[in-house]
Design a protein around this ligand. Structure first.
Ligand SMILES: [Zn+2]
Ligand SMILES: [Zn+2]
Length: 272
């Protein structure tokens, strides 16, 4: 069981439950900390916490922090998207998850890579000359640039580009071509001190059988002495701790002895 779940969404963005309901459930599960990480607003796609709702998000988080004081830490973070990096004052938040959900294609067009299968396929076909490997290169290059520029506390769903690729349908995840692209990116990102999340949200939503990132990436993180944190990317109260034991099992099988947890005083290590 995890101590903290710090990748969560609420009705302020695309989640189902209120912040208060998420906190209540986290407390009933015995979590030591819960972190809110609403999507940052992306104007080109009109998703995330609407700019005029941001103060309310911060105020409600503050109210809940006081309400649970001494019982459970509440952290107010944000899942910062690459396309809103320049418009969000990150100093207002306790922590930042840096995530890429969309990239710029070869023609400068905005391409969502995790929204739907159709959008993923058309990103490769129309934006990257029909090459899914080129789409992968574009994704990882832009993820690296974003992480090295913004230095988030946590890097979100590192290999999200595999979301619609179950069974290696569009590109071979076992090929050295793909693995080299992903490994080059994780090496670059680990030069920064960000913690890499092991995100189980894709399992509950039926896209994958295992968390992000894939085992070969976890192995490289371990070799490079990188740090990981288990998160569920919960969009409702029922997802708050789902599949976290599986994530810990996978990490142990790769060789990890500990994971990071987040509290009001920062990251600490927990043995697994
Ligand atoms: Zn995300
Ligand atoms: Zn998320």
């Amino acid at each position: 069981m995890i101590d903290s779940c710090v990748h969560t969404h609420s009705s302020f963005c695309d989640g189902k439950n209120t912040l208060s309901e998420m906190a209540e459930k986290a407390y009933s599960l015995g979590l030591k900390a819960v972190g809110f990480s609403g999507h940052s607003y992306v104007s080109i796609d009109d998703f995330g916490i609407l700019p005029h709702k941001l103060d309310e998000y911060l105020a409600e988080s503050s109210r809940l922090k006081s309400l649970y004081e001494g019982k459970m830490d509440i952290l107010c973070g944000i899942e910062l998207d690459k396309f809103s990096a320049d418009t969000i004052d990150t100093s207002k938040f306790d922590y930042i998850i840096g995530s890429v959900h969309a990239i710029t294609d070869n023609f400068g067009m905005y391409r969502v890579i995790d929204g739907s299968l159709n959008r993923f396929v058309s990103a490769a076909e129309e934006g990257f000359g029909g090459s899914f490997l080129s789409l992968c290169s574009g994704y990882y290059d832009q993820l690296c640039d974003f992480v090295l520029k913004t230095k988030p506390d946590i890097v979100g769903h590192f290999d999200l580009i595999t979301k619609f690729n179950r069974g290696s349908k569009y590109f071979d995840e076992e090929s050295s071509n793909y693995k080299n692209i992903a490994l080059e990116a994780i090496d670059a990102i680990l030069e920064n001190d960000s913690v890499i999340e092991v995100n189980t949200g894709c399992i509950a939503r039926g896209y994958r059988d295992k968390p992000y990132p894939a085992d070969f990436i976890l192995k490289r993180i371990l070799e490079k002495k990188g740090r990981v944190i288990i998160t569920t990317d919960a969009h409702n109260v029922d997802m708050l701790v789902s599949n976290t034991d599986m994530a810990a099992d996978i990490l142990r099988s790769v060789g990890f002895k500990a994971v990071c947890e987040l509290s009001a005083s920062g990251f600490y290590e927990r043995e697994i």
